[in-house]
Structures are given as C-alpha cells and as structure tokens.
Design a protein around this ligand. Sequence first.
Ligand SMILES: Cc1cc2nc3c(=O)[nH]c(=O)nc-3n(C[C@H](O)[C@H](O)[C@H](O)COP(=O)(O)OP(=O)(O)OC[C@H]3O[C@@H](n4cnc5c(N)ncnc54)[C@H](O)[C@@H]3O)c2cc1C
Length: 547
Amino acid sequence: MQWTTHEVSNQVPDLHDYNLYSSDTVLQAAIQDSAASWYAAELKHLGAELGTQETLQLGQLANQHVPELQTHDRFGNRIDRVDFHPSWHRLLGMQRHAQLHALPWAQPRAGAHIARTAAYYLQAQVESGSLCPVTMTYAAIPLLQQEPALFATLQEKLFSLQHDERDLPLAEKNSMLIGMGMTEKQGGSDVRSNTTVARPLETAGRGHAYAITGHKWFFSAPMCDAHLVLARTEAGPSCFFVPRWRPDGSKNTILIQRLKDKLGNRSNSSSEVEFQDAYGVMVGEDGRGIPTIIEMANHTRLDCVIGSAGLMRNALVQAIHHARHRHAFGLPLAEQALMQNVLADLALESEAATRLMLRLAQAAEAIDDPLQRAWRRVVTPAAKFWVCKRALEFSGECMEVWGGNGYVENAPMARMYREAPVNSIWEGSGNVMCLDVLRAIAKESDAFKLLLDSLLDIALEHKGLRELIAELRTDLALPAAQQEMQARRFTQRLVLVAQSCLMLQSAPPEIAEAFVNSRLDAECGRVFGTLATPLPAQDILQRAWPA
Ligand SMILES: Cc1cc2nc3c(=O)[nH]c(=O)nc-3n(C[C@H](O)[C@H](O)[C@H](O)COP(=O)(O)OP(=O)(O)OC[C@H]3O[C@@H](n4cnc5c(N)ncnc54)[C@H](O)[C@@H]3O)c2cc1C
C-alpha cells in the first residue's frame, strides 16, 4: 500500500559546515585590531574545524553518553576510574591542540591572552563540559610556575599539545590535566570552613610532602593527573598539589565516592571524593592556601565569562538561523517586526558580552598597569556575575525562538539552556562575585578611580551614562552595610557602563546607540525584545549573522 499522511515542510535544516570565526563580524574585527592579529589565521582554521557537522556532533555525543564511574575492578580492587565516550577525548584533543590549556604561558607574547580567549570562545560554542578540566589546568599553571622545582618536573607535560587519556603514573604519560578541590559539604563559598587536614610526612612547609585526610563535595574531572587541593595544617588552610598516582607508582588514595547527577554540564564528570592519607606536596606558603588558590580564580572566572559569551553567541546564531528559515503567517519569522525586536535585542546583548570578554583578556596582557588591573581585578568578577547570569535568560529566549522544537533534546537548544546556569554558580556564585567587586574596589581604590575616569571620557556625550558613573562614585561613600545590601545593583550598573563604553568605542554608531539607549531605558531589559523604535533591526541582525 502506498500512502502518505503528509509531507514534511517548514522544518529548519540543521546548522553546520560554517566557519565560527569568519561568520563572526565582531570577533574578527576585534582580533584584527588587537595585539592578537598574528593569531587570526589560526582562529579561522579553528573556526572551520569547529563548525563541521562531525565536530558539532561530538558535543552532542559527549553529553548523551555521560561519564561512568568504575570504583572497583571485577576482583574487588579499587580502581576509581571514570570512563568517557570517545567524543569527550576528541574534544579534549582539539582543545589541547588549540592550546586552550596553556597558550599565554607557553608562548608569552603580546596578544597571547586575547588569542587564547578568542579560541576558547569558539570552542565554547561547540561543547561546554570539556572546557572544565582545560580551564583548571590553564589556571593552575601560573600558580605552579611559582614552585620552580615542582614545575620543572611538570612543564613538558603541561605544555604538551597532545591529550593523553590514559590513567597512568605521570612519568609514563605524554601530557597532564589539573583540577581543583576546594568545596566541601559544609561550604563552598566560605572555604575557611574546610575540615580536610594535612599532616607533614617529615618536614613541614612549602615544597614538602603531606598526608591529606578528608573529603571534597564537588571535585570535577577526578581523572585529572593532579588536583590543587585545599587542606588545613596547623597554620591554617593551605594548598597542595595532589597527584593521581604517588611518586612510588602506586595509586594515590583519592577515593571517588560517586559522580554527581547534574542538570547540565553532563559530559564533564563532577565527583565526590575522600582522601585517606592521600599524598600531596604543599604549594605556596603554609597557611596561605586561600590566597594561593584564589589567584587561580581570576583566570577561571574570566573563563566563565568567555564560556557564557560563547554559549550566548551559539544560541543567538541558532536563533537567527531558525528565524530566517521558519515561516509563520506567510513570512519568515525573521521578517516579522516583533521577532526582529527580540533577535536584535539578543544580538546587542551578545555583542556587548563578547566585547567585555575581549576587554578583560586585553587587561590580562598588562597586569602591572593600574587601569588594566582595575579591569582585571574589579571588572572580572562583575562580568562573571553579569554575563553568566544574562546567559540564563538569553538561552531561554533563544530556545523560545525555536518554539516547541527548541524544547526537545535532539535539537541543540535544550542542552544550551541546561548548560547556562553552571557558570553562574561555580567559581564564586552571583552574590560572592558582587561582594568581591566591593572588596576589590576597596583594595584598588586608586586604580578604580582611573577606570571610572577613563569610562567617563568615553561617555561624555551621554547624559545617562555620565549620571550612572556619578552614582557609582556616590555609592562608594555609603556605609558598608548599605553597600553590601546593594552590591548587585552596584555591579549591574558598573557592567552596563563598561559594556556601553566598549560598544561606543568599537561598534557602528547606530548599533552602539541602540545598546546604550536600551540599557539605560527603564522600560527595557526585564525581558528581551523591548527595544524602542525606530530600530535598525535589519542592520543589527545582518551584522550578527550575515544572511
Ligand atoms: C557542576 C559543578 C562542578 C563543580 N566543580 C567543583 C570543583 O571541581 N572544585 C571545587 O572546589 N568546587 C566545585 N564546585 C563547587 C562550586 O564552586 C560551589 O558550589 C560554589 O562555590 C558555591 O558553593 P556552595 O555550593 O557551597 O554554596 P554556598 O557557599 O552555600 O552558597 C549558597 C548561596 O549563598 C550565596 N552566598 C554565600 N555567601 C554569601 C554572603 N556572604 N552574602 C550573600 N550571599 C552569599 C552564594 O552566592 C550562593 O548563591 C562545582 C559546582 C558545580 C555545580
């Protein structure tokens, strides 16, 4: 019998085989104008590789076939191994090859931080979970560089461009990954409450061996070759390099209790572990573990911003692609006025996030300059709060552009939506970031004044922005309790001013004006799609995702 009930029509083709870099007008122009222009050809190559159907599918597979914990072998011996789908290892191999784990440390030349940021941003558009161990490795390297004897034994494996998935003692491996273990059951933000203890095996102090006993409640990527772990000595919380294998070739006693069953970030294994006299070497000063490990935080927090900006870019591109193909009421969605408002608003948000991320990467290039220090030290936590949080609503709105098709798991939007919250939670949740902004300003008050002055120079023509900058100055004169109570309000203001100035500096004037006017308009911003008219919507969309 031959019959059909219907023909499939008006469904949107999958988006693949496009160049993530060449199709990104904002990123390309910013790289060409930056100290990282030497990296443009590399980014173009990476953008093409990441946009192939095969690569995009790796992201899907790695989240579909989630990691599995094997605590014991069949004889009952503990093995504490995590098994991954091959797609996970291929994604890590790509990141390694693109040097996302080490570029500015291995090649410390002008523009290296910006180059690595751009590459990470492209990779984040494909898969997020695999970024976690790469970020932690990247952030650990400058800390380990301060321990010359230890670093000399690790450097080659840290800088290696190969991903080595084998669970072997370090001496037998081609490369290594490093994770971080701070959070315990009783506290993640307040790591001073840590109860894990470290006892010197012989001599106490920096560079010496300890036995560590206790637990970690969130311990991502436990298959890493080592973790930097916070544990308490008599002098207070201290930082330890805890390898997966002991120097004598036996497995270190880091027992993986279970893997977390997570909302998103499912390709990545996040575990609960217990240390039973685990071997570790102290890094940094005895009792100064929190400042030591917090040094890593500026890097990991920037990666949260980059990761969320990349997620937003991917969600935006998918939303515009869908709206250009899908028809309703006789017209493509992208040609309907209200949908144009939604998409244009999303495109402005995405561009501002991308520009902020690049500006923070630029600041990482010159850490001794007070203005750059203010961007890095004050604006990084502010951006971590803002961009990661905007990604939540952003990904939900992009999913809605897809209608019902956005809500199902065999399309890309659901994974992005489930992925969005984690960057806002780990590495310091929203409130902790806003309080850190205040703390950083108190420490860097002169540098912060320079920052506000430089923003004012850009904002001179804009009464609204001038007023916001004046309010930022007045807020800092408030009593401490009041400042703390309104730290989110302060941080929101700071980021909106910073993003507005970056848009005014670099975006075409009508697009920059659309951003600034909408972000200062009390009627805008509660939901996307509330931009006032007249609005250069076609120009904004064409720039965001050239038709
Ligand atoms: C998927 C995933 C993977 C992770 N991987 C790791 C890892 O590998 N290593 C690791 O060490 N940790 C890891 N974490 C833990 C993560 O860093 C913590 O969850 C995070 O720091 C928050 O700590 P907490 O969960 O204990 O929340 P809490 O510290 O209890 O905080 C709860 C809420 O209270 C707020 N808060 C805290 N203090 C204040 C205050 N003074 N004023 C106002 N509000 C406040 C916070 O902003 C937060 O919203 C991971 C978490 C997740 C979700």
